[in-house]
Unconditional design. Structure first.
Length: 192
């Protein structure tokens, strides 16, 4: 298949149709399709694009499809990937809205059991990309304290420290200072 737009659309449609649990659950599947199967981008670049997608407002799954589509084929690629991601969910939700009410779902024992069975799989799908991303970001035992401390502070619900925006800003400033310092040190050593 030579048409990259059709490939993008079909790939993201498959991801959108068979992934439960939202954007975080999709990340490992998107990475496998984009990096491993199609080899459209390298793993490091995927992690950079994932960071960009997370920083954008909106739904993570749509954001990552837009960013990858744009990286591959510009605006048309973004549209193909985004429509592929959105269309399956739209059709499924439309069908559910047409035929099932919340009362019908709650009273149907088979559907209730199906959704209860999906929950543990969704948790695993969310944990897998967290571990993969942590490894790629070279988070080890010495640096694990930072994400754990931030998660605990956000979870604490204390007025000032539970605001995630604070940690985004602090992370950006800290990263800038750290890497600026690292670049300056490497230039000094290179000049010697």
């Amino acid at each position: 298949m030579n048409n990259i737009y059709l490939q993008l659309w079909l790939t993201f449609m498959k991801i959108g149709a068979f992934t439960f649990g939202g954007g975080w659950a999709m990340i490992s599947i998107i990475e496998r399709e984009i990096v491993n199967n199609h080899k459209w981008i390298a793993k490091d670049e995927f992690l950079d694009l994932l960071a960009i997608a997370q920083a954008m407002p909106g739904i993570l799954a749509v954001n990552i499809s837009v960013v990858i589509g744009d990286r591959l084929k510009g605006i048309k690629g973004s549209l193909a990937a985004a429509i592929g991601t959105i269309l399956p969910s739209f059709v499924i939700i439309l069908a559910i809205a047409m035929f099932l009410t919340p009362e019908t779902i709650k009273s149907n024992e088979v559907l209730t059991r199906i959704f209860k069975g999906i929950r543990p799989a969704v948790v695993a799908l969310i944990i897998a990309p967290v571990i993969t991303t942590a490894r790629a970001a070279k988070i080890g035992w010495k640096t694990i304290i930072i994400p754990v401390a931030v998660a605990l502070l956000i979870y604490s619900k204390l007025p000032v420290v539970s605001n995630p925006i604070l940690y985004i800003v602090l992370g950006a400033v800290g990263g800038y200072i750290y890497y600026t310092h690292a670049v300056l040190n490497s230039r000094k050593e290179g000049a010697k």
